[in-house]
Design a protein around this ligand. Structure first.
Ligand code: GFB
Length: 319
């Protein structure tokens, strides 16, 4: 049955509203005119606690849910804390998806990641390549959890007729990112390293791995626009890739970040640190054919991110 577009007053629960994606989704929906967004800090609602999630959904009765809440991190965090990543993500998504069913939520937008695809998937990766080969070891726990979430959404659609779509996001970056040097993703980590090296007038800065892997990046506000698009439109898919369609080597990314930041020193590559998967360029033609396309190029996105980082750096001292 064709879905009705949400009204601006419909209650929409944005889970994970303080994170990179969740905060961008809140910005996008508020600027679009949605006036009834429901949010909760994890200190007030631990989505890993089943009873708390059920009580919250019963009292708030959201009509739409965007689940951007997850335990996330870069290659080192995934590699070092696989137990936390698989437990927290399975608990969060299982509770949210089941509560959506119990409260007959009209539509769930569930955030996934392109790291769920096989390590050596054909490039660009299509949705059909899921589960066709072994996963990248460094983030297998997280990937298994996110695949389970996707499969739970598909199972609920089949058994209960629940409406949802899983957005398989490529590597995202932008304002509101985590800049912790050990746990963050590559762009915030290199941006902070270059920033601090510039301030210290250092002659070098370190880069993990060989710099050879290729990565695709999407500015987080473009991701939020994709989430809004899927909230407002029916799609014939249970999952769609969301990417920029452009890839860059880590070494060239670092040079671009140093240029944006204004650090002119030498890059020292540390092959002791993991490279991770060699490539993960997503084929986003399903979503593009429906009308979505990214609007922020990598250099522009890096400049926007660095402006935000510089303005808020003092507030984050001691990250
Ligand atoms: O973004 P990132 O941490 O995760 O690392 P993945 C990407 C690449 O950047 C790796 C290199 O090849 C790293 O070796 N790199 C270079 C660095 N310097 C640094 C640095 O200082 N910090 C970091 N973090 N990387 C993640 C998955 O994979 O992708 C997550 O582990 C998630 O689960 C995310 O899916 C989107 O892109 O390799």
């Amino acid at each position: 049955m064709p879905m009705t577009k949400p009204s601006f007053s419909d209650p929409i629960f944005v889970a994970g509203h303080r994170g990179l994606v969740g905060s961008a989704v809140v910005r996008a929906l508020e600027s679009a005119g949605y006036t009834n967004l429901i949010t909760r800090r994890s200190s007030d609602l631990d989505l890993r606690e089943q009873a708390a999630v059920r009580a919250f959904f019963a009292s708030e009765q959201p009509r739409y849910v965007i689940c951007a809440a997850a335990m996330v991190g870069g290659i080192a965090a995934n590699n070092d804390f696989p137990g936390t990543f698989i437990y927290d993500n399975l608990a969060i998504q299982t509770n949210v998806i089941e509560a959506c069913r119990q409260q007959a939520v009209k539509k769930l937008i569930y955030l996934g990641s392109t790291c769920i695809y096989p390590k050596h998937a054909p490039q660009p990766i299509q949705e059909e390549h899921l589960l066709t080969g072994p996963l990248e070891e460094t983030n297998e726990a997280y990937a298994i959890a996110k695949i389970a979430g996707l499969k739970m959404c598909e199972a609920y659609a089949k058994q209960y007729g629940m409406s949802s779509i899983t957005l398989m996001a490529t590597n995202l970056y932008g304002q509101g990112d985590n800049f912790d040097l050990e746990k963050s993703h590559v762009i915030p980590a290199l941006m902070r390293k270059a920033h601090e090296a510039k301030l210290a007038d250092a002659k070098t800065m370190t880069v993990w791995g060989t710099g050879k892997p290729l990565r695709e990046f999407l500015y987080v506000d473009d991701m939020a626009a994709a989430a809004r698009y899927c909230l407002e439109h029916d799609t014939p898919y249970s999952m769609v890739n969301v990417g920029s369609g452009e890839e860059i080597s880590i070494a060239d990314l670092c040079r671009l970040i140093c240029d944006v930041v204004g650090f002119r020193g030498e890059l020292i590559f540390n092959p002791e640190k993991p490279d991770g998967t060699p490539r993960k360029l997503a084929d986003s033609s399903r979503l593009r054919d429906l009308g979505w396309s990214p609007t922020v190029g990598l250099r522009d996105g890096l400049e926007k991110t660095y402006r935000w980082f510089s303005q808020t750096a003092n507030a984050r001292l001691g990250d």
